[in-house]
Write a protein that binds this ligand. Structure first.
Ligand SMILES: O=C(CO)[C@H](O)[C@H](O)COP(=O)(O)O
Ligand SMILES: [Mg+2]
Ligand SMILES: [Mg+2]
Length: 247
């Protein structure tokens, strides 16, 4: 599909969305705020396939949250990425202690369930934590997601080991119909942008308050650093238009 066709589909969408799609296609960082009624957090977001160690450093120093990779639901199933909660629930059948600690309905005040899957390192890393090694793991997650969606019969375990230092987030099967965290919001944007739907997300935290950076301060940061700031609702609306328009 040509780029203009995609934009044509979104011509009634909002310009902020189109600029964000353009930035993601160019491998640039953007910001996504979920909603006041959910986490109330802003993440730095960048496509996994193109991440460099300086991007990891940027997220580590300026955002400070957990550097994760959100993976498209179709690829997650193809790669057999489990939900961590399901894995622990299964293991708890033979371990009482795990049964007490596993995520249960109602545990999360802001959503029905977490999107955490495995925490991994690429097999070519040593300890897995240096920025340069996390960038390798992240890029390789982007590549294997692309390979999986292209039907290349890739095997996740051939390239990655767990536990590791990059948290995978498995997007809900129903995507935004089911869940509206940055996991699903970032993957929906990747689909609209026509890029590999494996997206790095990292929460922005506030050094002064010890809390998540406020929406206002996150917007200010975005203005100072030339980042597009999107709110979840505008992504949901654009994605409905995009899927409905048969783009
Ligand atoms: O918890 C998280 C992983 O560090 C972050 O909130 C991230 O935004 C993805 O999770 P979610 O989809 O629940 O927002
Ligand atoms: Mg979270
Ligand atoms: Mg979040």
């Amino acid at each position: 599909m040509s780029e203009s066709t995609v934009y044509e589909c979104l011509k009634y969408g909002n310009e902020n969305i189109n600029r964000a799609l353009e930035a993601l296609r160019a491998g640039k960082m953007i910001q996504i705020y979920d909603s006041d009624s959910r986490e109330g957090e802003t993440d730095l977001v960048i496509p996994a396939k193109v991440v460099t160690y300086t991007d990891v450093k940027w997220m580590r120093k300026d955002a400070g949250g957990l550097i994760c990779v959100a993976v498209d639901p179709v690829a997650s199933k193809q790669l057999k990425l489990p939900f961590m909660a399901e894995l622990v629930r299964e293991a708890s059948k033979t371990s009482d202690s795990l049964g007490e600690v596993v995520e249960k309905d109602g545990d999360l005040k802001y959503d029905s369930h977490s999107s955490f899957s495995l925490w991994v390192n690429h097999r070519d890393t040593r300890t897995g934590i240096p920025d340069i090694e996390r960038a390798l793991t992240i890029r390789k997650i982007g590549e294997i997601t692309e390979g999986s969606l292209s039907g290349n019969g890739v095997r996740f375990g051939n390239e990655f080991r767990t536990p590791g230092h990059v948290a995978l987030l498995r997007a809900a099967e129903g995507l935004l119909d089911e869940r509206m965290g940055q996991t699903e919001l970032s993957v929906a944007l990747a689909r609209m942008a026509g890029i590999t739907p494996a997206m790095v997300v990292c929460e922005m935290l506030d050094d002064e308050s010890g809390k998540a950076l406020s929406k206002e301060k996150s917007k200010e940061y975005g203005k100072d650093h030339g980042l597009i700031f999107l709110e979840g609702q505008e992504i949901v609306e654009a994605y409905m238009l995009w899927t409905g328009a048969g783009c």
